[in-house]
Design a protein around this ligand. Structure first.
Ligand code: NIG
Ligand code: FE
Length: 397
């Protein structure tokens, strides 16, 4: 089946080079099966089985949300309320969600995760990464990833999210569990491994040990780093050739230098891409009332920046990439073009994918038609449902 999307007022392709939107006015796109088959001027497209009139609206690549924790039970609305009344965020609430998740049935977890993926899709997200990390037993991590794998191919083993209460007096024993039986059980369902490298979670030595075990098992590397304070996360991510280091809220000059310097020595990259992307998660700063990361410092140093939701029941219970774009522009001084690129092509790079986050012949047919004439409206009209139509893998929804 082929689909012609005609009468596009503004087509954002991300095809003009790193960080550049590549906007084509008055365009049309033809989708054949799950791929883009043709891009060109409005009115000049080859015939197709069906036609969608964009009515002069903007068309963008679907959002790539490269960081989300969607397999969990319960919510932590009371914890959010306490924070809004002045309590700090420490990450301690993760254990609350671990308790609820362990007690939930497979179907309950599947229902919540599926609901959130559908909610994200309605807001223009066509690829979402999903982490485990609220099970923290061998069986609960494996089933979290099994459920995540039903929803996305971008699945991440986050057994090292926090040290569960039953191991509190011997964290290294828990690290041994993560690197041994838990990794073995997670491996069939996971593409990536992640560690919450932070004071109060996993320290430098523990993080190195877990990443090395994941890499030896064939998983790609990602890291939560420098969220709550300065620390070794960014440096470790670059040293180990991680695809992405996420949060990046508290960075030193050395962290910026490490992310900015090109890497030629990495043996672990998937494809030709070897840089470590800095993934910013402004929903977390919004929901924890924390200072936002300094996006300008990263961008001005030439570092590849992605935006993601960090959707989880504790620190950022939003599935909305448009909301994150609006925050990035208003609070982090990203330009509208930088924010849209980071939420599409940036996310794709954080997942080391070149078939998504871009509209080009041969790329996956993942795109959104906005209820607006320009990508500028995403930040200009915050909180407004601007996603009119989503095409995912060539399928209209
Ligand atoms: O990315 N920082 C660690 N993990 C999540 C928070 C999880 C939670 O609070 O439940 C995050 O913000
Ligand atoms: Fe996270």
């Amino acid at each position: 089946m082929s689909l012609l999307i005609d009468n596009i007022g503004e087509l954002v392709t991300n095809g003009a080079g790193p960080g550049l939107l590549g906007v084509i006015p008055d365009a049309a796109v033809v989708v054949e099966g799950d791929r883009i088959a043709w891009i060109g001027a409005r009115g000049g497209a080859p015939a197709a089985d069906t036609r969608l009139d964009a009515g002069g609206a903007a068309v963008l690549p679907g959002f790539v949300d490269s960081h989300a924790h969607l397999v969990f039970a319960g919510d932590r609305a009371a914890e959010f309320g306490a924070r809004m009344a002045g309590e700090p965020y420490t990450g301690g609430g993760i254990r609350t969600t671990v308790g609820a998740t362990r007690a939930a049935s497979d179907d309950e977890l599947r229902h919540t995760a599926g609901r959130l993926v559908a909610e994200a899709r309605r807001q223009g997200t066509t690829t979402v990464e999903i982490k485990s990390g609220y099970g923290l037993t061998v069986a609960d991590e494996a089933r979290s990833l099994r459920i995540a794998r039903e929803l996305t191919e971008e699945t991440t083993f986050l057994g090292a999210h926090t040290v569960p209460a039953e191991y509190a007096d011997d964290p290294w024993r828990y690290v041994g569990l993560v690197c041994g039986p838990m990794l073995a059980a997670a491996r069939p369902y996971a593409k990536w491994i992640d560690v919450f490298c932070e004071r109060g979670a996993f320290d430098e030595d523990q993080t190195r040990t877990i990443l090395a075990a994941g890499q030896a098992a064939g998983l790609g590397l990602r890291l939560h780093g420098n969220q709550l304070g300065p620390g070794p996360g960014v440096r470790l991510a670059v040293e180990t050739g991680a695809a992405s280091v996420d949060h990046c809220t508290h960075l030193t000059d050395a962290d910026i230098d490490a992310l900015a310097s090109p890497r030629f020595d990495c043996m672990c990259a998937r494809g030709s891409e070897t840089t470590t992307v800095a993934t910013l998660l402004p929903g977390a700063e919004f929901s924890t009332r924390s200072p936002y990361p300094d996006a300008r410092r990263l961008l001005d140093a030439g570092i590849t920046v992605a935006l993601a939701t960090d959707c989880n029941p504790g620190s950022s219970y939003t599935s909305s990439m448009p909301f994150c774009i609006a925050l990035a522009v208003r609070e982090m001084r990203m330009t509208q073009a930088e924010a849209v690129w980071a939420a599409t092509a940036g996310g794709a790079r954080a997942l080391r994918r070149d078939d998504i986050g871009v509209l080009a012949v041969g790329a996956r047919a993942d795109l959104t038609v906005l209820d607006a004439p320009s990508h500028l409206h995403l930040a200009y009209r915050p909180g407004v449902p601007l996603i009119r139509t989503v095409v995912q893998g060539g399928v209209l929804s």
